[in-house]
Design a protein around this ligand. Structure first.
Ligand SMILES: NC(=O)c1ccc[n+]([C@@H]2O[C@H](COP(=O)([O-])OP(=O)(O)OC[C@H]3O[C@@H](n4cnc5c(N)ncnc54)[C@H](OP(=O)(O)O)[C@@H]3O)[C@@H](O)[C@H]2O)c1
Length: 262
């Protein structure tokens, strides 16, 4: 199947690891020129090298912090400078800390909002003129926590809902030039999951990492956590011509773990 995006330009944020990196790799393998991003420059350069191994277009590493408005502006500008266009904006970010509600402070809530919501708001604002010029796509990587609250993830459960409201609004306001969709990952084997399972072990929820990971997979009909590239390929599909009538949806990618009928 030809995705029809060969030679397009994409900015994929928080892509020096995990799901963002997998999305960047899937797009790069389809011939998309990609800017990858993260804060740690060494980790970012290593990720860019990995993505180049599968890429048929260009891969540019651009360091920057998603919570810094100047940095988010610079990410968009760099993409347009490098490739002369911005056709696809794919947003990922780090995850907020886990733990019960009573352990969270006001600062935790504002930090989570800044990282997960304001980063997308600012990126979309900067990218909009470029996306609307020739038509484009926005894909936000959020979490299955927007459909079903996950234990010990009150910040994710609460704050990420705003991103879905934003994405749905954009799918109307920016149409027909731009399509906006979201993907809702269940557990995928990335450093974020390692961190969450290790935090749960430290809290005494599990004896060790292996039993924690097994527990995360226990309610998944496919009987395993996902691999990042299984999500990356869906992101590339949503950016592609093959999904040209898909707009304003939030697709769970969770091995069937969700209990909701819709
Ligand atoms: N993996 C899962 O199973 C899963 C499930 C549901 C939802 N999610 C959500 O999906 C998102 C990505 O998760 P992941 O598993 O891919 O995590 P990951 O493997 O830990 O990768 C996180 C990426 O975000 C970058 N990053 C973090 N904070 C940043 C910032 N302020 N500015 C720029 N880049 C930043 C990190 O690089 P630097 O640290 O170098 O900046 C890294 O590249 C998170 O929001 C996570 O909560 C993940």
């Amino acid at each position: 199947m030809d995705f029809g995006i060969d030679g397009n330009a994409a900015l994929v944020t928080a892509s020096s690891s995990g799901l963002g990196k997998a999305a960047a790799a899937s797009l790069a393998a389809e011939g998309v020129n990609v800017v990858v991003n993260g804060r740690d420059e060494e980790r970012l350069e290593a990720a860019a090298e990995d993505v180049r191994e599968v890429a048929t277009g260009d891969v540019v590493a651009h360091p920057g912090d998603l919570t810094d408005p100047d940095d988010t502006t610079a990410m968009v500008e760099r993409t347009v400078e490098e490739f002369g266009a911005l056709d696809h904006l794919v947003t990922s970010a780090g995850g907020p800390p886990s733990g019960p509600f009573l352990d969270t402070t006001d600062e935790d809530w504002y930090d989570a909002f800044d990282l997960l919501v304001m980063s997308v708001v600012r990126l979309v604002r900067e990218a909009a003129p470029h996306l609307r010029e020739d038509g484009g796509t926005i894909v936000t990587i959020t979490s299955r926590s927007v459909k079903e609250a996950i234990d010990s993830l009150v910040l994710s459960n609460s704050v990420r809902m705003s991103v879905i409201g934003l994405e749905k609004t954009l799918s109307k306001e920016f149409a027909p030039e731009v399509r906006a969709n979201a993907v809702l990952p269940g557990p995928h084997e990335t450093s974020r999951i390692e961190e969450l399972v290790e935090q749960a072990v430290d809290r005494g929820d599990y004896d060790d990492y292996e039993s924690g990971l097994a527990d995360w997979a226990s309610d998944i009909p496919l009987e395993r956590v996902g691999q990042p590239e299984e999500l990356g390929d869906v992101v590339a599909f949503l950016c592609s011509e093959r999904s040209s009538y898909v707009n304003g949806v939030a697709i769970p990618i969770d091995g069937g773990a969700g209990a909701s009928n819709l």
